[in-house]
Ligand binder design. Structure first.
Ligand code: CA
Length: 234
């Protein structure tokens, strides 16, 4: 059952059988698997779901894997999503070209499922490490997870532990719309019973803290309420 906590992996592959095999194997290893049969669908899903990792076939009809990879890596919101490129081409020059477009890894077809799954795991772990040691930023908001500090511009913002975790979730994927249930899972944990209205209360506190004392009347609310859907940063 999807809880919202498992990493989401998007498989972009035009061959249905391969797509199904990959999705099946990802799910059996505890990932949430999304699939796209072509580039257009892939770009739409990336926009809507902000997956944690993309497995991308090089040879796709219309928009090629290379082009999709380039677009993922060109946008600030998506550039940290690891991309594993799949290719039937095995020449060194292709490998180099694949990596030059920004792909994080490159696997030659026919691949072994267990090797590909190991690469998925490695790339997700690498991403997590980078995120943990990093200062997360969006606009004038920055959050230092190690030092547990938050700034808006040069002003230090003091947050309670729940608001801190909420902001951390928002900053991991700016622009992504989170439902109240997803925020509950991420911030409070899936086994805790908390009313979804509690989320509204803490989002309200976070908003208030980020807007400061209103010294500058231009302190804009960075959190967006999306009607019927939830909340998003930016
Ligand atoms: Ca293909």
């Amino acid at each position: 059952m999807a809880t919202g906590n498992e990493p989401t992996v998007l498989v972009v592959e035009d061959e249905a059988s391969q797509r199904q095999v990959l999705a099946y194997n990802l799910k059996s290893r505890g990932y949430r698997a999304l699939t796209a049969a072509d580039g257009e669908e892939a770009l739409l899903l990336i926009e809507e779901e902000m997956p944690d990792l993309v497995i991308l076939d090089w040879m796709l009809p219309e928009v090629s894997g290379i082009e999709i990879c380039r677009r993922i890596k060109a946008r600030e919101e998506t550039r940290d999503i690891p991309v594993i490129m799949l290719s039937a081409r095995s020449e060194e020059s292709d490998r180099v070209r694949g990596l030059e477009t920004g792909a994080d890894d490159y696997v030659v077809k026919p691949y072994s499922i267990s090797e590909l799954m190991a690469r998925v795991k490695t790339n997700l772990r690498r991403l997590r490490k980078a995120v943990e040691g990093q200062v997360l930023r969006h606009g004038d908001i920055s959050l230092d997870a190690e030092q547990h500090r938050v700034f808006r511009g040069d002003t230090a913002i003091h947050l309670g532990p729940t608001e801190f975790r909420l902001l951390h979730v928002f900053l991991e994927k700016p622009g992504r719309v989170w439902s109240r249930e997803q925020l509950l899972d991420r911030v409070w944990g899936r086994d805790v019973y908390v009313d979804t209205r509690t989320v509204d209360v803490h989002v309200g506190r976070l908003r208030k803290a980020l807007r400061g004392t209103g010294e500058g009347q231009d302190s804009v609310d960075p959190i967006r309420t999306v009607r019927g859907a939830g909340y998003a940063l930016g």
